[in-house]
Design a protein around this ligand. Structure first.
Ligand code: HEM
Length: 414
C-alpha cells in the first residue's frame, strides 16, 4: 500500500477516542480543513488512512463507487478493518457493504417501506407513542434523557417496523450498540465478544425469519423482504444481514439525534425560542430537524477503499488505500455552512446537510428518521416543554458513532 509524502502539513489523527469523549473534534477538523483538507495519517490504532474533510471532496468520492468501494471484501464501511479471523461463513452480508451490481436490487427491496405513503401509514402510531412517553416524564426532577426518551422511542420505532416481539425490544438496543462499536476491533477479547453478540443476534433473527414465513399477511419489513422477487433467491444469511443493517442503521443514528435536541435546547436557548408556537406541519420545524441532523451528524464518518489510483486535491490516493469521509467535518465546512458549530433552526441551507451520505448509498431510512424527529419536536412544542442539561453528557468513545451514553436533564413545562 502506497504512502503519501505529507510535505509540511502537521500530523492529524481524528480517529483518537479522546477527541470524541471530550468533543474537541470540531476544532481539530477546523484546523485540518485549513491546513490539509485531504490528509494522510500514516499510523493510527486503525492503521493508515486518508481523511476527507471538505464537503465537495466527500461528494466527489461518494459519486465514484467504482473507484471508491464500500465492499466488505475490502473491509467495509468504517475506519476499523474487519478482524481477519472472521471466516467467510460467519459473515453477514449487508447491502451497505456492497457495490453495484449486487447492491442495487437489495436496496430496492427495502426502499418501498420508506416512501412518503409508507411513512404516512406509520405516523399516527409513532405520534401517539411519542405523546404517551412525553406525558410520562417527571417535571422538575433530573432524569436520563438518553434512556427514558431517545433509546425508548427509537427502539419502539424499530420494533414497529419489523413487528419485533415487543417485550424483547431492548435487545435491539443491546445488539446495535455492539454492532456499532468499532473500538471492539482494537482488542481481541472485545472483538470476540462482539462476534458472539452478533452471532446471537443472527440466531434470533433466523428464528424470527422462520416464524414470519408461517404467518399470513402483514406489511412489516420482514414480510416485505420475504415477499420480494429480488430477495426470493437470496441465501438466508443475506436476508438476516440486511435485517441487522436496518436495525443498526436506524438505532444509534436516530437515538443520538434525539439526544441532540436536549443539547441544543441547553446550548442555544434563544435559537430554540424561535420555534415557540409552531404547530404540526410547520416548515420551520422541518428545517430545524435538518439543522439538528447536520449539527449532530450521528455517524461521524463512512469509509471507502480505493480500488484504483485517483488524484484529488493534487494528491494521489493509491489503490488499496483506506479513505475516511468525515461527515461531521463536511457539515461544518465554512465554504457551505457559516458558523457551522452553531445550531440555527432558520439556517437557509440546512437541507444541504451531508449526515445521510450522498449518492447510491444515501440513507434509505432518512424519511423515517426525519419523521420521528419532527414528531418529537412538534409534540414537545405542543407541551411547551423545556429541557435543561444537567452538566455534560457521557459521550460514546468512538470515531464512528458521534453520540451519547447518558445525558441527565431537568424538564419543565410552562
Ligand atoms: C438521523 C438518522 C440517520 C442518519 C444520520 C443515517 C445516516 C446514514 C449514513 C451516513 C449512511 C451511509 C450513506 C453513504 O454511505 O453514503 C446510511 C445508510 C443507511 N441507513 Fe441510515 N441514517 C439514519 C437513520 C436510518 C434509519 C431510521 C434507518 C432504517 C430503519 C436507516 C437505514 C439505513 C440503511 C439500510 C442504509 C444503507 C443504504 C445503502 O447502502 O444503500 N438509517 N445512513
Amino acid at each position: 500500500m502506497a504512502t503519501q509524502p505529507r510535505g509540511d502539513s502537521p500530523l492529524f489523527d481524528p480517529s483518537q477516542s479522546e477527541l470524541w469523549t471530550s468533543r474537541s473534534w470540531p476544532d481539530l477538523f477546523t484546523a485540518m480543513r485549513a491546513a490539509d483538507p485531504l490528509h494522510y495519517t500514516p499510523q493510527s490504532h486503525y492503521g493508515a488512512y486518508w481523511s476527507a474533510t471538505k464537503y465537495k471532496d466527500i461528494q466527489e468520492i461518494e459519486s465514484l463507487p467504482k473507484i471508491f468501494s464500500s465492499s466488505w471484501q475490502y473491509s467495509g464501511i468504517t475506519i476499523a478493518d474487519a478482524p481477519e479471523e472472521i471466516q467467510d461463513e460467519d459473515r453477514m452480508p449487508m447491502f451497505i457493504a456492497m457495490d453495484p451490481p449486487e447492491h442495487t436490487p437489495q436496496r430496492r427491496t427495502v426502499s418501498p417501506k420508506f416512501t412518503p405513503s409508507g411513512m404516512a401509514a406509520m405516523e399516527p402510531d409513532i405520534r401517539q407513542r411519542t405523546a404517551t412517553l412525553l406525558e410520562s416524564l417527571p417535571q422538575g426532577r433530573p432524569f436520563d434523557w438518553v434512556d427514558r426518551v431517545a433509546i425508548e422511542l427509537t427502539t419502539q420505532m424499530l420494533a414497529l417496523l419489523f413487528d419485533f416481539p415487543w417485550e424483547q425490544r431492548r435487545k435491539l438496543t443491546y445488539w446495535s450498540d455492539w454492532a456499532g462499536n468499532v473500538n471492539a476491533a482494537l482488542d481481541p477479547e472485545s472483538a470476540k465478544q462482539r462476534m458472539n453478540v452478533m452471532y446471537e443476534m443472527g440466531m434470533f433473527f433466523a428464528g424470527l425469519w422462520e416464524m414470519k414465513k408461517t404467518q399470513e399477511g402483514g406489511d412489516d419489513l420482514i414480510k416485505m423482504m420475504q415477499r420480494s422477487e429480488s430477495m426470493a433467491h437470496m441465501p438466508e444469511r443475506m436476508f438476516i444481514g440486511n435485517l441487522i443493517l436496518l436495525i443498526v442503521g436506524g438505532n444509534d443514528t436516530t437515538r443520538n439525534s434525539m439526544t441532540g435536541i436536549a443539547r441544543i435546547m441547553s446550548l442555544f436557548p434563544a435559537e430554540w425560542a424561535k420555534l415557540k408556537g409552531e404547530g404540526e406541519g410547520s416548515r420551520l420545524v422541518k428545517n430545524a430537524v435538518q439543522e439538528l441532523i447536520r449539527w449532530q451528524t450521528p455517524l461521524a464518518h463512512m469509509r471507502r477503499t480505493a480500488v484504483e489510483d485517483y488524484d484529488l486535491r493534487g494528491k494521489r490516493i493509491r489503490a488499496g488505500d483506506k479513505v475516511v469521509m468525515w461527515y461531521v467535518s463536511a457539515n461544518r465546512d465554512e465554504d457551505i455552512f457559516e458558523d457551522g458549530d452553531r445550531w440555527m433552526p432558520d439556517r437557509e441551507n440546512a437541507r444541504r446537510q451531508l449526515a445521510f451520505g450522498y449518492g447510491i448509498h444515501r440513507c434509505v431510512g432518512a424519511r423515517l428518521a426525519e419523521m420521528q424527529l419532527t414528531i418529537l419536536i412538534e409534540e414537545m412544542l405542543k407541551r411547551d416543554m423545556r429541557l435543561l442539561c444537567e452538566g455534560e453528557p457521557e459521550r460514546v468513545a468512538s470515531p464512528f458513532i458521534n453520540g451519547y451514553h447518558k445525558q441527565m436533564v431537568t424538564m419543565t413545562r410552562s
